[in-house]
Design a binder for this molecule. Structure first.
Ligand SMILES: Nc1ncnc2c1ncn2[C@@H]1O[C@H](COP(=O)(O)OP(=O)(O)OP(=O)(O)O)[C@@H](O)[C@H]1O
Length: 356
């Protein structure tokens, strides 16, 4: 497996044509592949079948396809997710269905799951998530925050709580509490500074554990801080867990917007509703002269939201206090300045909309 040539989508498509499916044909001839991405030898896509019966017949297909692709030159990693367009009917007693064929499952005790994503890193997704969690808690909601950003878990720092969670019964972990929010982060389980380089199956296990083996209790809403981009965590979460909706955070900068659009496309493919977009670092008001500068461009996210037919949920300025508050573990939404009000409004909108 040399690096002499770059793996392309065409190489993957050709390999997929050679794999016979239950019921005849292959994934390409039957047009079942969605969101195919090939990046640096990593292959990801969704197999979308029309109904739960086909999903059941296809349970082994992701593994077969992954094995076949791993044998191809230039392939380092493969992640394939199986999903069905029509959701499965309610499970019967004495079920034999596998988790995949059964479709997304609710998290016990949790009314709504809202995932916060971004196309690009560093746009302020974790800042928005921490502040939204605090604002929802201040509005009287019972709120959980799951930091699933395994590549850069920042919630322990932003929420000012980095003790290791305990599992008194050896199985169920007790979430931490910070500023009225129940908090759990994969970052709390990994020794600080240790790079997490988990592969698909391990990742799925860890995420599943965070959702089902944490004593979240009764929650109105569980916010999930996703890693940036369109990777394994997003696909696994949306496929396994009933997600009420997602929010995509972006700066107005072109590159961030292009990636934000990709994130929205992925959620659409996974049939996860996108509740709206948030423009962060939208403008900067100079504390000395009061003038406004549009450091990352102007109005980009509003325009994008209009194009995609999605609500623009908030436009948040670049704000020094927000950054300092984040670094100090006391989110700015705990106060009563302009930013706190903006987050309170965002929270109120979600509550009014019946999603939090
Ligand atoms: N509106 C804002 N004004 C000022 N600073 C901000 C704002 N939003 C975020 N920041 C700062 O920008 C940095 C990156 O933010 P954050 O960690 O929330 O981004 P992210 O999108 O979650 O990044 P990643 O997922 O790549 O870790 C942080 O230092 C944060 O305090």
């Amino acid at each position: 497996m040399g690096n002499k040539m770059t793996l392309t989508k065409d190489d993957v498509t050709a390999a997929l044509r050679a794999i016979a499916l239950p019921g005849g044909g292959d994934l390409i001839s039957r047009d079942l592949v969605r969101a195919l991405a090939v990046v640096d030898g990593e292959v990801r896509f969704v197999i979308e079948v029309p109904d739960p019966e086909t999903a059941q017949a296809f349970v082994n297909v992701p593994r077969i396809v992954e094995d076949a692709l791993m044998a191809q030159a230039g392939v380092q990693r493969v992640n394939v997710v199986l999903t069905s367009t029509r959701p499965a009917p309610a499970l019967k007693v004495g079920r034999h269905a596998t988790a995949q064929a059964a479709g997304p499952q609710p998290v016990p005790g949790v009314r709504h799951v809202i995932a916060i994503g971004s196309g690009k890193g560093g746009v302020g997704k974790s800042t928005v998530t921490a502040n939204l969690a605090v604002a929802l808690a201040r509005a009287g909601r019972r709120v959980g925050l799951l930091d699933a950003d395994i590549y850069g878990p920042s919630q322990p720092l932003m929420m000012g709580e980095d003790r290791r969670p305990t599992a008194p019964d050896g199985k169920t972990m007790i979430p931490l509490r910070a500023h009225g929010v129940s908090l759990m982060s994969l970052g709390l389980l990994v020794p600080p500074g240790k790079a997490v380089s988990w592969r698909g199956p391990m990742l799925m296990g860890a995420l599943q554990q965070m959702l089902t083996q944490v004593a979240w209790g009764e929650l109105d809403v569980l916010l999930v801080d996703l890693p940036p981009g369109t990777g394994d965590v997003q696909m696994t979460l949306c496929q396994r867990t009933k997600v009420t909706g997602t929010i995509v955070v972006s700066t107005p900068q072109d590159v961030a917007l292009i990636d934000a659009r990709k994130a929205v496309d992925m959620f659409n493919t996974l049939h996860t509703p996108v509740l709206g977009l948030i423009e962060n670092m939208s403008h900067f008001t100079c504390p000395h002269c009061g003038g406004t500068s549009h450091i990352f461009g102007h109005g980009g996210v509003a325009h994008e939201a209009a194009t995609l037919g999605l609500p623009l949920l908030a436009q948040l300025p670049i704000d020094l206090e927000t950054r300092l508050a984040g670094d100090s573990g006391r989110p700015v939404a705990l106060g009563d300045g302009e930013m706190a009000q903006a987050f309170a409004q965002l929270a109120a909108g979600l509550v009014r909309g019946g999603v939090a």
